[in-house]
Design a protein around this ligand. Structure first.
Ligand SMILES: Nc1ncnc2c1ncn2[C@@H]1O[C@H](COP(=O)(O)OP(=O)(O)O)[C@@H](O)[C@H]1O
Ligand SMILES: [Mg+2]
Length: 329
C-alpha cells in the first residue's frame, strides 16, 4: 500500500509529531508498505492529491492535526485515513465538551468549574474556590502536552488561582478548573481494530515524573524527565476498572482505531479511585512512547499494529463507499 504519514502542524507538539512519524513510518516499511512523510502545511492537500496514496496515517498532535480539522480535509479529499473522524477528534480536543460526553456515559470525573473569557474574573475565582476547595488544576480547554496548565495548591488564597486562570485564558476562550486529585498518574492505550479482536484496552501504564512534581511538559519530553512502567503495578480490580473506563471513554466520544486515555488512580486516602482526565485520539508514537509500549504488552507488536491500522482504514473506506459517498469532482 502507498501510505502518506502526516506529521508536523502548527501546535507546540509538532516536533513530537515528527518523531512519532519516524516510528510509524519505519513500522509501516517493516510491514512492507511504501511510505512517504508529508508535512501538515497549506500545501498538504496538493501533496496528498499528487502522491496517489491509498491511505493516510495522521501522526499529528494538537491543533489542526488532532482536533478534527485535518480529518475534515481528508474527508473532503475522499482519502481513507487512520484514526478518529471529525467529531470524535474535535470532542476529545475540547476537554469541557469531552467531559460532557463522559458524564453522560457515567464515567468517574474530577469535579470542575468552567470559566469563559467574558466571565467576570473575580466572580469566577470565587466560584472555583467555593466549589473546588484548596487544590485546583487550571487548564486551557483545548491544549495538550500540559501546555498552559497550572496546578494551584493554595487556591483559597485567591491570587495564584487568579493568575492561573488569566494565564490559561491566554491559550483560548475557555478554561477548565478541576479539583486536584492526589493519586498516581496512569494512562491506558485502547486498540479498536476488527482484525485485532475489536475494542480492547491494553495493560495500563504508570508514569513517574522525575523532572517535576507532576507530568508537565518537561517531564514528558526532557530526556529522563519521566519513567514509566507497563503493565502498571495495580491491584487486579483497579486494572480492570481502568481498562473498563478507558474503553467506555473511547466509545463515549465515538473514537475509532486507537486512543490513549489519561487517568489519576487513587484519590487521597482512597487508593482504588479511578478518575478519567482525557482522551488523546492521536497519542505519541515515538520509539519510547507509551502507546506502542502498551500495545506490545497486549501482545501486539508495533509493526503489526500499524499494518492493521492502515488495512482497516482502507477496508472501512470501501465499506462506507457502498452506502454514501459521491466523490467530489
Ligand atoms: N484533576 C486533576 N488532578 C490531578 N492532576 C491532574 C488533574 N488534571 C490534570 N492533572 C495533571 O496534569 C496533566 C495534564 O492533564 P491532562 O488533562 O491529561 O491534559 P494534557 O495532557 O492534554 O495537557 C495530567 O497528566 C496530570 O498529571
Ligand atoms: Mg494528558
Amino acid at each position: 500500500m502507498r501510505v502518506a504519514v502526516i506529521q508536523g502542524g502548527p501546535s507546540a507538539e509538532a516536533e513530537v509529531s515528527r518523531s512519532s512519524a519516524k516510528g510509524v513510518s519505519s513500522a509501516l516499511r517493516n510491514a512492507g508498505h511504501e511510505v512517504q512523510v508529508v508535512e501538515l502545511t497549506r500545501g498538504l492537500a496538493a501533496s496528498l492529491l499528487d502522491g496517489a496514496f491509498d491511505v493516510a496515517f495522521p501522526v499529528t498532535h494538537g491543533r489542526l492535526g488532532e482536533d478534527g480539522a485535518l480529518q475534515g480535509l481528508l474527508e473532503i479529499l475522499g482519502m481513507p485515513y487512520v484514526g478518529s473522524s471529525v467529531l470524535a477528534a474535535a470532542l476529545a480536543m475540547d476537554k469541557t465538551a469531552a467531559k460532557t460526553a463522559f458524564r453522560a456515559a457515567g464515567l468517574p470525573l474530577a469535579a470542575d468549574v468552567v470559566v469563559h473569557a467574558n466571565d467576570d474574573l473575580e466572580a469566577s475565582v470565587d466560584r472555583v474556590r467555593r466549589t473546588l476547595g484548596e487544590g485546583v488544576v487550571v487548564k486551557p480547554a483545548s491544549q495538550g502536552s500540559a501546555i498552559g496548565i497550572t496546578r494551584v495548591d493554595h487556591a483559597l488564597e485567591g491570587a495564584a488561582l487568579r493568575d492561573a486562570i488569566a494565564g490559561a485564558l491566554a491559550f483560548g476562550d475557555t478554561v477548565l478548573c478541576e479539583r486536584f486529585v492526589r493519586g498516581r498518574e496512569v494512562t491506558c492505550a485502547v486498540v479498536d481494530v476488527p482484525s485485532l479482536d475489536g475494542l480492547r484496552a491494553c495493560p495500563p501504564t504508570e508514569i513517574f515524573s522525575k523532572a517535576a512534581e507532576w507530568y508537565d511538559f518537561a517531564s514528558r519530553y526532557a530526556s529522563g524527565g519521566s519513567v514509566h512502567q507497563c503493565p502498571a503495578r495495580l491491584p487486579d480490580h483497579v486494572t480492570r476498572a481502568v481498562q473498563d473506563a478507558a474503553g467506555r471513554a473511547h466509545r463515549a466520544l465515538g473514537c475509532r482505531d486507537l486512543s490513549r486515555v489519561d487517568f489519576v488512580v487513587g484519590d487521597g486516602d482512597d487508593p482504588d479511585a479511578v478518575t478519567v482526565l482525557e482522551v488523546n485520539v492521536l497519542p505519541g508514537m515515538t520509539a519510547t512512547s507509551l502507546y506502542p509500549e502498551a500495545a506490545a504488552a497486549a501482545g501486539i507488536p508495533f509493526d503489526r499494529l500499524c499494518d492493521a491500522l492502515v488495512r482497516n482504514a482502507l477496508d472501512r473506506a470501501s465499506r462506507d463507499k457502498t452506502v454514501a459517498a459521491i466523490p467530489l469532482p
